[in-house]
Design a protein around this ligand. Structure first.
Ligand SMILES: Nc1ncnc2c1ncn2[C@@H]1O[C@H](COP(=O)(O)OP(=O)(O)OP(=O)(O)O)[C@@H](O)[C@H]1O
Ligand SMILES: [Mg+2]
Length: 185
């Protein structure tokens, strides 16, 4: 059987083969679906990843959410502690600069850490997902640790391209599933 590492690598590579236009068009479809859902419309506070390496694009989602009066948090990665800290964005993209792994994160004077308990909706990135909404991430366990701390009533929605949907994703005991996966199809 294929190893988890090899499986991860192949999916990341196949996602990198999408053209910038494909990423944009598919992402637009995915975000359009997300914003019609009650789980989005009823959320006052959203934490979302900022897309990196051809992940489903979230920049328009961040702009739109701020324009709708929602509070938007982005994750700050603390590599050593293997921790994600939600930080509130007031100005997008002005508050951000490249941080850990080149992912956009708040500038030091725009770091506004928030309690995970304040979050209604988490937009979760990932490498692959299965039909049971199990998630394979990048291998640090960051989101597994983070999601396990969130309040019972919060929702976890993953955004993924159809090519990231697989029969199985090497699920282990500690893996946190999501409540919904949205793809372009
Ligand atoms: N809640 C947790 N507490 C302690 N260790 C954890 C927890 N969740 C995951 N880990 C550890 O993190 C490591 C990576 O986990 P896994 O392979 O599931 O990462 P991943 O889900 O792909 O990554 P990520 O969540 O960062 O996208 C594993 O060795 C696992 O034991
Ligand atoms: Mg995991």
């Amino acid at each position: 059987m294929q190893s988890k590492e090899q499986f991860r690598k192949e999916i990341i590579e196949s996602r990198l083969e999408l053209t910038p236009l494909q990423v944009r068009e598919k992402s637009d479809k995915i975000i359009s679906k997300l914003i019609t859902l009650p789980v989005y419309q009823q959320a006052g506070t959203i934490m979302t990843y900022v897309a990196f390496n051809q992940e489903v694009e979230t920049r328009e989602l961040i702009k739109y959410s701020l324009s709708q009066g929602k509070r938007v948090f982005v994750p700050v990665t603390r590599k050593k502690e293997r921790l994600l800290i939600p930080s509130e964005i007031l100005d997008f993209p002005g508050d951000l600069q490249p941080g850990t792994w080149g992912i956009l994160e708040p500038k030091p004077d725009c770091f506004r850490p928030k309690d995970p308990q304040e979050i209604d909706l988490v937009i979760v990135p990932g490498v692959a997902f299965d039909k049971e909404k199990q998630r394979l991430g990048y291998g640090g366990g960051f989101y597994d640790r983070f999601l396990s701390k969130l309040p019972e009533q919060s929702s976890f929605v993953a955004l993924a391209f159809q090519l990231q949907i697989k029969e199985q994703v090497f699920t282990e005991q500690h893996d946190q599933p999501v409540h919904l996966v949205i793809t372009e199809d």
